[in-house]
Design a protein around this ligand. Sequence first.
Ligand code: NOJ
Length: 715
Amino acid sequence: MLRSHDDQVKELLGRMTAEEKLGQLQQLTWTGDTGPGGGQTAEIEAAARAGRLGSVLNLNGAKWTNDLQRLAVEESRLGIPILFGLDVVHGFWTTFPIPLAQAAAFDPAVAAADAEVSAAEARSQGVHWTFSPMMDVTHEPRWGRIAESSGEDPYLSAVVAVAKVRGYQGPADGSGLASKDRIASCAKHFVAYGGAEGGRDYNTVDVSEQRLRNHYLPPFKAAIDAGAATVMAAFNTVAGVPAHANAHTMTTILKQEWDFDGFVVSDYTGVAELVAHGFAEDGAEAAALALTHGLDMEMVSTHLADHGAELLAAGRIGMDRLEDAVARVLRLKFALGLFTNPYTDESAEITGPTAATRAAARAAAARSMVLLKNDDAVLPLAPSATSIAVVGPFADCADQHGTWAGPGRLRFETVSVLDAVREAAPGADVRHSGADPAMAAAAARAADVTVVVVGEHSGLSGEAAARSDIDLPDGQHRLIEAVAATGKPFVVVLVNGRPLTIGGWLHAAPAVLEAWHAGIEAGHAIADVLFGAVNPGGKLPVSFPRSVGQIPLYYNHESTGRPYDPVERYVSKYLDLPGGPQFTFGYGLSYTTFATGEPQLSREEIAVDALARGESVELTVTVSNTGERIGDEVVQLYVHDVAASVTQPVRRLRGFERVTLGPGEERAVRFRLGAEDLGFWTNDPSGTYVVERGRIDLYVGTDSSASARCELRLT
Ligand code: NOJ
């Protein structure tokens, strides 16, 4: 617990002036978009000397951070060190696949590997704190920030978030934070940002209490339990109240119900934006509302620092709340060891990826890929192929870093698919052609097999990158059609940051591999999968819609009174589309085949009182590899409460395990179900979780449409 530093914090607080306290709540940006010369640099240096600067974002490099730290530590009155923060979202030097891809691995070890490598690289560069993990559950593929998320499922998002927090920070009690290879994490964006209406970034979110608690909050709760040191407020409103001044979410739920002892940082100018939201009349009111309702640190805008003294004098903010906010910031600085060790060893900087970190990024990327289609076993490619064409706008692309890659993007190119295919098939004649359909078709005609690499540029996903149309951009489908018209075998490799609508050309492509924005080793990892060195085992963490008109479309939707039926008219459906998505949540193929058996329960009924006492039920299912290659399957368990006082999702994921099986091998996979899996939060704003009597249907299989079912009765 960060509270173990409270004695030191109290002693220091006792010596601080009101200005110094307000200063600890200010974060300024070194670089960025606030003007030529980069960020708030002059302001930063003055504030550091004056002891009125809690944190700086966007500065890295041991020497750079040390130089600035020296101003705070050696020239300010109390010598309180600065906390340096940066968005290290999927890698610092060594870019790992985008977070959406990492979720597709259905393997928390992938997220953990990214976090551990990122933490060591960043800390060696003077960065103490990352604004990651992002854990916004979302139903919105139009929203560019889906690339930063773990997709549409709260349970999967929570599992990934926990792995990341542990990887960045170490143990939940914060005891690892002072290590030279750890950094503090930031659970963001609090909360419900993924619900942005229409998928437009920063947009309104109107959400019921039960949706908030069942859908958006679980990853945050899991991250806080794993020790996440900080939380970032979200840009959106939550049921009419901006998240930056939302007492219900920041104070009642986060700090009171969950007993969170870290601090809440605003998002970039998020406090100032309370005025644009129409929630505060001016900057002073914005500062007062934000602080009073639970925000602790202001990023980039300076309303709290500018107006804090006058707000205190007028009684519009209280000294207790101010000191609580400062104590939260100071606790983390103590936990990070900054008071004893404010500087970073300039001789020990990590200056780039190593062979080991590249290997980790390559393995993570290959584990994240999802095989969407593989007719006639076009894949894996035979290494003996004598001629291969690698075509498309992303075939020879050296920027597969993806949105929110760290400083590594500026210094290191990603491995292109073309280079990696040449390496993997040294005996083959490998030809390249770019985006032109006629030239691609000519290359395909001359080759045994063609790899068509299409997708989205990184800038089309991430922040402020919503799209109203999520087809392949720039008419890239024409390239696929031209290659298909040759009649020669080919494979489509998708490199993208969101689900795409691919139904227009899917029928024409014999094989499709979803590779995402796969990071620094993208090409190698794609070649590993194409040639079968890695058998793909990733699964979709989000539904792929057939059409934009279906959005929002998600597997864990609630029941309706008139569920979809292909024949009936007066049911919930579109007249012009089949029901359901193109590809459902949890879907993904392999080069081998698997069979799962019937689920077996350790008991067929259990009393809700027994569940409340911590008893649980075990479900066992066997999975076997029925094909001829070693491969991975993700066994998935879904729960459905058949009749409940709050209508429940038709299915929701409550367990998964990625297993590797050799040909003919069989394994029993066990899941434990307790109260936390079988109940739900009601609409009570003060937070009521119930497990109700009645029938629970349990589904087990290899995607969210699994049909193997058993029943559990809660008595
Ligand atoms: C705005 C983004 O919303 C947030 O995720 C990020 O951490 C901050 N900018 C800082 O760069």
